[in-house]
Design a protein around this ligand. Structure first.
Ligand code: IMP
Length: 207
């Protein structure tokens, strides 16, 4: 089975991705390739951050790899937290604080104005050889795949599953449950990342 690096150590994301790609590709994490440092994510768009992470792994570890970046865009907060979704509450990857800040800032926003969406961009970087020249040249090719899901931000948490903002995000395509109340496969079927990953898988399988 073809191996591909997913530039993350987020156990939830790895599990989601391994489920979607089961039987098709073997996913290696950053731990699996002994990459333990924090990869810079200083771009001001989610696409820029996805590209930055994928290029870093290629440059420093030499693997073909894909990387994702996700932002939650809340209309009543002018698109925030957006590219700052991971550290909106002030501490990186502290989901409870992130949710607390969102709920605090939205406490007076009526239900019909609580629209939001998750957006994911996946950057795939591959090293290819140009065999048309007398002296083969290696070059990097980057491709992007995106996905999004529309929903509303509830006024309190519901559900124990998932991660990040899942417990306050109710997708419009669902049956009223939040992502945190769904089984992983139910979330993957309609989620931002599920959609982007399926585009990635279609591309990889067409190769
Ligand atoms: P990341 O940079 O792709 O890890 O995403 C930034 C932040 O968005 C994460 O720290 C999470 O708080 C949040 N996030 C990403 N994906 C999801 C998801 O599927 N559900 C809920 N929150 C998410």
């Amino acid at each position: 089975m073809k191996k591909i690096v997913f530039a993350t150590n987020n156990a939830h994301k790895l599990e989601e991705l391994r489920q979607i790609m089961a039987g098709k590709f073997e996913i290696l994490s950053l731990n699996d390739i002994n990459c333990h440092e924090d990869i810079p994510e200083t771009a001001n768009t989610i696409k820029g951050n996805a590209e930055m992470k994928a290029r870093y792994v290629m440059r420093h570890y030499g693997y073909d790899c894909f990387s994702d970046d996700t932002g939650l865009e809340i209309d009543a907060l002018d698109g925030a937290p957006g590219v700052h979704s991971a550290r909106y509450g002030g501490v990186a990857h502290d989901s409870e604080r992130n949710i607390d800040r969102v709920l605090r800032e939205m406490k007076d926003v009526p239900m019909e104005q609580r629209t939001a969406r998750f957006r994911t961009v996946i950057a795939l970087i591959e090293s290819e050889e140009d065999d048309c020249t007398e002296f083969p040249l290696r070059f990097e090719k980057i491709r992007f795949f995106d996905g999004r899901v529309e929903g509303v931000i509830l006024t309190e948490r519901h559900g124990e599953g998932g991660f990040g903002y899942d417990s306050i995000f109710q997708p419009v395509e669902g049956d009223g449950r939040t992502f945190a109340q769904m089984l992983p496969e139910e979330k993957n079927a309609i989620s931002h990342r599920g959609r982007a990953v399926r585009k990635l898988v279609d591309y990889l399988q067409s190769m």
